[in-house]
Design a protein around this ligand. Structure first.
Ligand code: IPM
Ligand code: MG
Length: 373
């Protein structure tokens, strides 16, 4: 493929965000050099750091830059410093604002336990026969975006959070999940709380009505409490999980532990197309790790791989990075969160340096290994 030119907005954010995005963009630039692409990186203020400088977690210029970009790479936002602010002024409100502002309603989170990391899964090795599935989380509705209200009623403080879904909101994310299932192993599990919630009754009815359009997909349904148990009992039963915003948030952290560490899991958020999609690791800003050269950069590096594949169609390039990562892991180098022996632990900077070295030694992957397109 001839070289491409892409504009990528980088939002380092707070805590370990700047560390992990710096690592991932270095790998991205190595990729540009190796394959003759041009990735123009434009850094913008977002999250707590934007509150400190501009008085808002999502400055207008930042949102406008993301809208004009081919893709956005986000680190993490939040931290104790801003937890005293009212909900709507916190860094997390910026995250919801950018999801809404960019029209992102699909959140894809791939969960795969890599061969070299099997020993660190919290499940018995014999139980974790196969852990390779995706969560498609709805990202623009539900209790996240309903009214949040705290009042005093009869002298008692009362809080309310409203959960809302419409049929078209369920349809657009379900369509994507069905399509992912068609492209994978043909199994879709829709997760809801159909025995209690009106939004879940609407959710299930909508998904069921769409199923005939996808005859090659086996659709089943699980209640969210059961799904959280099934994830640890038999993760191999899952191929694509489709779920609402709140349930997807919770289940994806649980699933991340199965796949080794939350520090490893990337995500893509998109609207109608992958143009302008947003990529971010699913972990938070990890204040306890900040500035210690200890954060795992792989969630963000894998997010860059997703960007290359999903937004730019650069599969060979993404494979090149992932294989480099696997070779470094095979050599036994680990950040603390993915080490099963303390002797394996190296600082993040050393991990990154070794990865870049590994990549630079395999500069022309198609010629040397024949695994190009
Ligand atoms: C995530 C995060 C966010 C969410 C927070 C930081 C608002 O937990 O992306 O999973 O709940 O969506
Ligand atoms: Mg979360």
């Amino acid at each position: 493929m001839p070289g491409v030119h892409k504009k990528i907005v980088v939002l380092p954010g707070d805590g370990i965000g700047p560390e992990v995005t710096s690592a991932a963009t270095q790998v991205l630039q190595d990729c540009a050099e190796a394959f003759g692409h041009r990735f123009e990186l434009l850094s913008h203020a977002f999250g707590g750091v934007a509150i400190d400088t501009f008085g808002t977690p999502l400055p207008k210029e930042t949102l406008a830059a993301c809208r004009a970009a081919d893709a956005t790479l986000l680190g993490a936002v939040g931290g104790p410093k801003w937890e005293v602010l009212p909900l709507e002024q916190r860094p997390e409100a910026g995250l919801l604002g950018i999801r809404r502002g960019l029209g992102l309603f699909i959140n894809l989170r791939p969960l795969r336990l890599r061969e070299s990391l099997r020993r660190i899964s919290p499940l018995h090795l014999e139980r974790i026969a196969h852990c390779d599935f995706e969560i498609v989380r709805e990202l623009a509705g539900d209790i996240y975006f309903g009214r949040h209200e705290t009042t005093v009623e009869n002298g008692v403080e009362v809080a309310r959070d409203e959960a809302v879904y419409s049929v078209p909101e369920v349809e657009r994310v379900a369509k994507y999940a069905f399509e992912r299932a068609v492209a994978r192993r043909g199994h879709l599990t829709s997760v809801d709380k159909h025995n209690i919630l009106a939004t879940s009754v609407l959710w299930r009815k909508t998904v069921v009505a769409m199923a005939p359009q996808y005859p090659t997909v086996t659709l089943d349904h699980q209640y969210v409490d059961n799904a959280s148990m099934q994830l640890v009992l038999r993760p191999e039963q899952f191929d694509v999980i489709l779920t609402s915003n709140m349930f997807g948030d919770i289940l994806s952290d649980e699933a991340a532990a199965l796949a080794g560490s939350i520090g490893l899991i990337p995500s893509m958020s998109m609207g109608n197309t992958t143009k302008g999609a947003l990529y971010e690791p699913i972990h938070g800003s990890a204040p306890a790790l900040t500035g210690k050269d200890a954060a795992n950069p792989l969630g963000t590096i894998f997010s860059v791989c997703m960007m290359l594949r999903e937004s730019f169609g650069l599969r060979t390039e993404a494979d090149w990075i992932e294989r480099g990562v696997d070779r470094v892991l095979d050599r036994g180098l680990r950040t603390a969160d993915i080490a099963d022996d303390p002797k394996q632990i190296v600082p993040s900077s050393v991990f990154l340096e070794q990865l870049r070295k590994e990549l630079s030694e395999n500069l022309r992957p198609t010629e040397q290994h024949g695994w190009g397109v």
